[in-house]
Design a protein around this ligand. Sequence first.
Ligand SMILES: Cc1cc2nc3c(=O)[nH]c(=O)nc-3n(C[C@H](O)[C@H](O)[C@H](O)COP(=O)(O)OP(=O)(O)OC[C@H]3O[C@@H](n4cnc5c(N)ncnc54)[C@H](O)[C@@H]3O)c2cc1C
Length: 356
Amino acid sequence: MLRSDRCAIVGAGIMGTLVAEKLFSSGWDVTVYERESLDKSGACSMTAAAMLAPYCELDVSDPLVMEIGRQSLESWPLLIDEYAPDIFFRSLGSVVVAHPQEQQELERFYRRIERHVSGVCQKLTVQELHHFEPQLGGTFDGGLAVAGEAQVDGSAFLRSLQKELIKRGVRFIDEVFIEDIGNQRVGNETYDWVIDCRGLAAKDEIKELRGVRGEILEVKASEVRIDRPVRVMHPRYPLYIVPRPNHRYLIGATVIESLSDKPVTVRSALELLSTTFCVHPGFAESHIMNFNVGVRPAFCDNLPRVYLDNRCICINGLYRHGFLLAPTLADWVAQIINKSNCSQIHPNIFMEKACK
Ligand SMILES: Cc1cc2nc3c(=O)[nH]c(=O)nc-3n(C[C@H](O)[C@H](O)[C@H](O)COP(=O)(O)OP(=O)(O)OC[C@H]3O[C@@H](n4cnc5c(N)ncnc54)[C@H](O)[C@@H]3O)c2cc1C
C-alpha cells in the first residue's frame, strides 16, 4: 500500500497508540512522538487497572461513558487477537460486594445500573455468591454480579501493541519532548494531520483540564483465588480488587483531586490494604509487589473531549476510562480524518474549536 498522507501523533499512552493503530490500518503514514522511553514509560496508562467496566462505572460517571464503553467492548477481543494474543484478557463480568454498614450503598449501586440498562446486574444471595466466587462467600452476605464486563493487563497490552505496530511500519520516536504542536506541524516537521494525545501534560494549553490522583497497589497472594474484578462499596470512593495472572491482584484506586504524582501516602496505603484484608483474610499473608501513582486527566463533567481545529485533533480527559473508551474514540478520530460519516460522535464530546 502506498502511504502518502502523513499524520503525527503526540503521546504514546493508550489513546495515542490506539489512534496510531486505527490510522495505520486505514493506510496512513504514522509517526508517534513520545517524551519518555517506551520501555520505561510512566504514562498514566501504565498505572491503570484497565477494567473494561461500562456498567459498574455508571456509579460514578455519565451514561454516555457506558454507551461509548459498550462499543469499545466489541473492539477489545479483536485488538487482543490481532496485537496481543498472549496478553491477559478476561471477560467474566464483575462482582460488587458491601459490608453490612454499606448495604444501602449496594442497593443504590444496583438501582443506578438498572435505571440505565436492565438485565446486566443480578442480585446474588450468599449461596449464589459462594457459587460465583467461592472465596467471597465466607465474608459477604451476598452481592451483585455484573455481566458483560472485561479486563486486560493494560501495560502489557500497550507494550505489545506498540511493538507490533513498529514491526508493521509505524514510526515511534521516543524520548523526545515536543514543545511546539500546531496545525499540521510538530516541531519543524509538517504533516497532513496532527493528533494531540498528551494527556495531563496538555494542561497548560487546555485550562479546563484537571488532574485526579489515583493510587494503586499490586500484591501477590498465593492463598487467594478470585477470578473476577471485585468492587467493594466504600464511603469515599469505589475500591476494587482486580485479578491478574499468577496470583497477583491490583488493589485500587484512590480518587483524589490533585495534580500530585508523589509516592503513595501512608493513609491511602492503609486504606487500600485494610480493604483488601477485609475482603479475604488470605490477603494478610500476601506480598506487596508495587505501589503506583497515576494522575488521570479529566474535565469538569468527567467526560472526554475530541477537539477539532482545522487539521489538528486533540483528544483528552479520559479520566477513569482510558482503556474503556479509547478504541471507540480512536474510531471517531479515523472517521473525521478519513472524512467518513462522523454523525455518531456525541456533541457533548466533539467540539469544533481551537485545541488551545
Ligand atoms: C490508578 C488508576 C487506575 C485506572 N484504572 C482504569 C481502569 O480500570 N479502566 C480504564 O479504562 N481506565 C483506568 N484508568 C484511567 C486511564 O489510565 C487513563 O484514562 C488513560 O491512561 C489516559 O490515557 P491517555 O493516553 O489520554 O494519557 P497518558 O496515558 O497520560 O498518555 C499521554 C502520553 O503523552 C506523553 N506526552 C505528554 N506530553 C508530551 C510531549 N510534550 N511530547 C511527547 N510526549 C508527551 C506522555 O509521556 C504519555 O506517554 C486508571 C487510571 C489510574 C491512575
